[in-house]
Design a protein around this ligand. Structure first.
Ligand SMILES: Cc1cc2nc3c(=O)[nH]c(=O)nc-3n(C[C@H](O)[C@H](O)[C@H](O)COP(=O)(O)OP(=O)(O)OC[C@H]3O[C@@H](n4cnc5c(N)ncnc54)[C@H](O)[C@@H]3O)c2cc1C
Length: 816
């Protein structure tokens, strides 16, 4: 038996597929002094219950790449059966979803094809062709045996020097007084370590809590069954794996029969505030009633299944996060602590790539892939509510297969966070969407009762949305008269202290050291010049700044700033202040005249310049006003105490009535900002894009001294950027159903994929952004793949409408 060492460079906690993969990759990168600790045996968590199917097909480019790498790794280890996979479209709507998926997959270079129903039946003769509309064929997919795979990775890791200790539970994580990893504790003693990686599956939140860290996942049950072979209908072992999202099932051939799993529409969460430590390799009691609809679905596609008896029904939870994305990366505030958990059923597909990326993060501080969406600290205080988080986790599980349309909103766990102006929004007929727990108006249906949006697109499918004309009216109010919007959900972070300027100036591309009252639009950059956030920063005092970001990004940005803090900056307090202030935005050519009717302060062009902020008085109430714009029109954001938010809203609405003021929702922000060329973080701007490529070179001040990514940007500038974010006019004036991700072709080859898309109601054109080779500048002709058809598109100037006001630093990102 391996002796507990007294020290190791890295300790990996958890002996499932994730932990063994991380340990293997660390050792392969030269960190051979790595110890893996497992409280029971290897494969004692979700890993031992997996059905073992792996597909590369996934909407996220990073996850698709993880999976492609995982398969290559398993193939190298000789543990992967490459039998291909078919993903059936059992409805016309699903076929269209698959056309979008295939276009997205092509755009990132994945070998997939959409095949006809007849071709699918040729590849898999056992299926019925009833209600079969086609299938996605992924020849490189396949399956593995979970035990064999985990033990093979463990063996390869041991071979490179990793020590693995089973029956060794980690009971504590020791930190130094300065918040760095010092050691892990076990009943058999302690191991000193520089780095600890938590790969503890459903136990991860409680292990992270040993170091004071907060991460979020909920154990959600997953079931699969082994079904007997039926005489005369035995399945060949080399049959492709299958997925049938409309029937909610997946499976593979085994012993002539089938292993069949699926995603129930009424999922079950358990142990939502803590998993028993003594739970190990056993499955939990299955629920035959919940599985019954899946069996029925399976029998529709494979008629022999109605005669096949169940050999065994397996039920076990996996760690589902609220957004079904894993938790990967360092933990802010605890130097040396990393998470590799919350796999959300991405286990075997994700694990290989996760091991590689985690190793890059641990050994080099940065990963080759964009892990932004997986930051383990992306959830905030609202997610400390276990019941709320369980609702989110169950809903994402429900939609793992069940078709979710791009415009659909979450339905479960609502309402969770409401603005002080919520009832005013209700009175105006708001249709609410949800973001980071906030209820936010998507658009208004004046004269009708307010409602919460949900799976609304299920009713209108892949057609023009019914709210198209309402959005157009809201859009025109901002563009032609004046519009008003509740933006309370903005993420707000305050930085206070002598170190604030040094920290912000180091992480931002733009110059932050400007007079008090200045607002700076900037990207926060990583060391490669990649865009880590897109924010405005207002100087409230010599050492005090307010950073404003999208509602969904605030916890991500907050944690990242904490990771970037250096002792040499000097002391700085960084705290979230989102709920301290409501925000009302008002823009449009008439915005100044409305404001002038309510204030004695000078809000003229000279008296209140663009990108300036200061306290003013509106109808006797103190308001902090910022002259910025994301819609590209004259206007302000008003930051107000929640107690007076309704007063301000009502006064502005009353004063604006004469000029036709109209409340707008978040959908109209999208069409407004795209006409003016404004970018959106997460879609147009990511860690993989730099500001020069994004057309945001005007926000980068290479002359301000050193900052994150400066050297990389200087080099990129000298070499000349090779790609550039462009605005495309897709099709003609008629609405085109584009959502983002679609492949872009030039002269028959794929040259990019769509990022943001919207219909521009002023220019009456379908707008989309895409990074394209620099040679494809304004005037170039390209094509966009829309549901399998090539639609012509023209590259336009960045802003299809002239921006107001016409000053150089006139861009602004605000919405999320
Ligand atoms: C029924 C079912 C079917 C599935 N089918 C598939 C599939 O077909 N394809 C696929 O890709 N994925 C599948 N998955 C998902 C996949 O199995 C999981 O995502 C994956 O196994 C998670 O691996 P992990 O290593 O992160 O966690 P786990 O396998 O849960 O491992 C965590 C380990 O940490 C250990 N541990 C916890 N706390 C401590 C501590 N304090 N000290 C020491 N050790 C500790 C646990 O004992 C456990 O062994 C399925 C999941 C289920 C439940």
């Amino acid at each position: 038996m391996t002796q507990l060492p007294s020290r190791a460079r890295a300790v990996v906690i958890g002996g499932g597929i994730t932990g063994t993969s991380v340990a293997f990759h660390l050792a392969q990168a030269g960190w051979r002094d790595t110890v893996l600790l497992e409280k029971a045996d290897l494969t004692s968590g979700s890993t031992c219950h997996a059905a073992g199917l792996v597909t590369q097909f996934n909407p996220s480019p990073t996850m698709m790449r993880f999976r492609r790498y995982s398969i290559e790794l398993y193939q190298r280890l000789g543990i992967f059966e490459t039998v291909g996979s078919l993903r059936f479209a059992s409805s016309r709507e699903q076929l269209m979803e698959q056309q979008r998926g295939v276009s997205r997959a092509h755009a990132i270079g994945l070998d997939v094809d959409l095949v006809s129903a007849a071709e699918a039946a040729r590849l898999m003769p056992a299926i019925s062709m009833d209600s079969l509309f086609g299938a996605v064929w992924v020849p490189g997919d396949g399956a593995l045996d979970p035990h064999t795979a985990t033990f093979a990775l463990a063996k390869a890791a041991r071979h490179l020097g990793v020590k693995m200790l089973t029956d060794t539970q980690v009971t504590g994580i020791e930190l130094s007084a300065r918040g760095a990893i010092q050691a892990v504790q076990t009943p058999a003693g302690r191991i000193e370590a520089e780095v600890v990686v938590i790969a503890c599956g459903i136990w991860a939140p409680q292990v992270a809590a040993m170091a004071g860290a907060f991460v979020v996942s909920t154990p959600v049950d997953h079931q699969h069954a082994a079904l007997q072979a039926v005489e005369g209908a035995e399945l060949p072992q080399n049959m492709p794996c299958f997925r049938d999202p409309d029937n909610l099932i997946y499976g593979k051939a085994e012993a002539g029969g089938v292993v069949l799993g699926g995603y129930e529409l009424n999922p079950n969460a358990r142990w939502i505030d803590g998993v028993p430590w003594d739970h190990a390799g056993t499955s939990v009691t299955p629920d035959q009633d919940r599985f019954e609809p899946l069996l029925k679905g399976a029998a529709r596609r494979f008629p022999f299944i109605s005669e096949a008896g169940i050999v065994k029904l397996v039920c076990h939870p996996d760690a589902m996060t609220p957004d079904a994305n894993p938790l990967l990366g360092p933990v802010p505030g605890v130097r040396g602590l990393f998470m590799a958990a919350g796999l959300s059923l991405n286990g075997f597909g994700g694990a290989g790539g996760i091991g590689k990326s985690m190793t890059e993060l641990v050994t080099a501080g940065e990963s080759e892939l964009d892990l932004y969406a997986y930051r383990p600290w992306r959830f905030g205080p609202v997610h400390r509510d276990h019941r709320y988080v369980a609702e989110l986790a169950k809903e994402t599980y429900r939609y793992y297969y069940f078709l979710r349309y791009p415009y659909d909103a979450d339905e479960w766990g609502r309402p969770r966070r409401t603005s002080t102006l919520h009832h005013r929004m209700q009175d105006l007929g708001a249709v609410f969407g949800a973001k980071h727990g906030w209820e936010r108006p998507e658009h208004f249906e004046a004269g009708r009762p307010w409602r919460r949006a949900g799976a609304d697109q299920r009713r209108f499918g892949w057609t023009r949305p019914p709210w198209f004309d309402l959005q157009a009216e809201e859009h025109r109010a901002f563009r032609e008269r004046v519009g008003i919007i509740d933006m309370t959900s903005f993420g707000k972070i305050e930085l206070d202290g002598p170190g604030a300027l040094a920290l912000l100036d180091r992480v931002a591309g733009n110059a932050i050291d400007r007079p008090v009252g200045s607002v700076v639009y900037t990207q926060l950059l990583d060391h490669r010049g990649g865009i880590a956030a897109d924010v405005t920063i207002t100087r409230l005092g010599p050492d005090r700044f307010r950073l404003v970001t999208g509602a969904g990004y605030v916890n991500s940005d907050l944690g990242w700033l904490r990771l970037e803090q250096r002792e040499e900056d000097g002391p700085v307090e960084i705290r979230e202040t989102t709920e301290d202030l409501c925000v009302v935005g008002m823009w449009g050519p008439q915005a100044r005249s409305v404001l002038e009717g309510l204030t004695d302060d000078d809000v003229s062009e000279e008296g209140f310049a663009f990108m300036q902020a200061r306290a003013i008085d509106i109808a006797g109430f103190g308001v902090f006003a910022q002259r910025v714009t994301y819609v590209g029109e004259l206007g302000w954001e008003f930051y107000v105490e929640p107690t007076v938010a309704v007063q301000i809203w009502d006064r502005l609405m009353a004063a604006g009535r004469a000029v036709g003021i109209r409340p707008g929702g978040y959908r109209s922000l999208d069409s407004l900002r795209m006409e003016k060329g404004y970018r959106y973080y997460g879609t147009d701007l990511t860690l993989m894009d730099n500001p020069l490529e994004a057309g945001l070179g005007f926000c980068v001040r290479l002359d301000k001294g050193n900052f994150n990514g400066r050297d990389a940007l200087v080099a990129a500038k000298a070499a000349g950027v090779t790609r550039r974010l462009r605005t495309l006019l897709v099709g003609e004036h008629e609405y085109v159903t584009i959502y983002g991700g679609e492949a872009v072709y030039a002269e028959g080859s794929i040259v990019g994929r769509l990022r943001s898309c919207s219909y521009g109601f002023t220019v009456r054109r379908n707008l989309a952004y895409s990074y394209l080779p620099v040679g494809l500048g304004p005037g170039a002709r390209v094509e966009v793949e829309v549901f399998g058809q090539r639609v012509p598109a023209e590259v336009s100037t960045d802003a299809v409408l002239k921006r107001e006001p016409l000053v150089p630093h006139d861009a602004r990102h605000v919405a999320s």
